[in-house]
Design a protein around this ligand. Sequence first.
Ligand SMILES: [Mg+2]
Length: 310
Amino acid sequence: MNEFDLIREYFSWPSEDSDVVLGVGDDAAVVNVPTDQQLVMSTDTLIEGVHFSAQADPRDIAHKALAVNLSDIAAMGGQAKCFTLALSLPEIDKRWLGEFSSSLNELAGRYQVSLVGGDTTRGALSITINVIGLVESGSALKRSGASPGDGIYVSNTIGSAAYAWWQLNNDQKPSEENLERLHRPTPQLELGRALNGLASACIDISDGLEQDLGHILDCSNVGAIIELEDLPLDEELSDHVKRTSDYSIALCGGDDYELCFSMPKKRREWLLKRTRELNVRTTRIGEITKSLGMEIKGYSNNSSSYQHFK
Ligand SMILES: [Mg+2]
């Protein structure tokens, strides 16, 4: 099987998007861009041994490779449009490719994002996806823009994926739901769109709340007070915190791909209305402050993990 056969068999899906003038199969793709919109682009690479193990399910790998890119478009308040895939494979394994391809196709279909091109090479297993989204001109959500007094919010629960990972490495069985959160994260694209015009700054949580919120604070030149008690944790992680008083997974655990955003107080009613419509939970966890740094309130004991956050 040569490269052309491989692309034809596994990565040539008809696009239902009439803006995709030319997709896979030419020297480059051609996509219409509406005149009042801007492109939002993001790239992420997953490498075997770094981001996933050799035994990882190819369906999980495909899902995560696309989902993490879509999550970046969500964080910008954009609408995902299309993507390219660069795949490096040590050998042609038809079962692996079949499962990888069908999982990628499924997630792409769910968010109506078209695969418009890519490249395959022989080498160590790695997947690079470049996602292109659209946003109304001048309205992309950024990390800068948070102002003192704005509320700080996160979507759904945080630390769930990291707790599943921690459990796997500590001979414990994660809940099915948290395993799903770890292996097949949900990009918050609908929420990101809804936040466009509401949020003052936004980021997706890939490296952990503390670090990613830190990027918003740095870029906006502000600080924050976070209330530990208010962090939305799932039941398993909440039990773990009660047992250990250790918030490190909740604060520093990555891989959630939830959104963290700031928003002026006066828009709270709008947020509640929109999130009810979308059936997404958002929780206020603190407030943006003028004084720089991140103050984490509610840490009652002097566990070593506290120092980590100062
Ligand atoms: Mg990101």
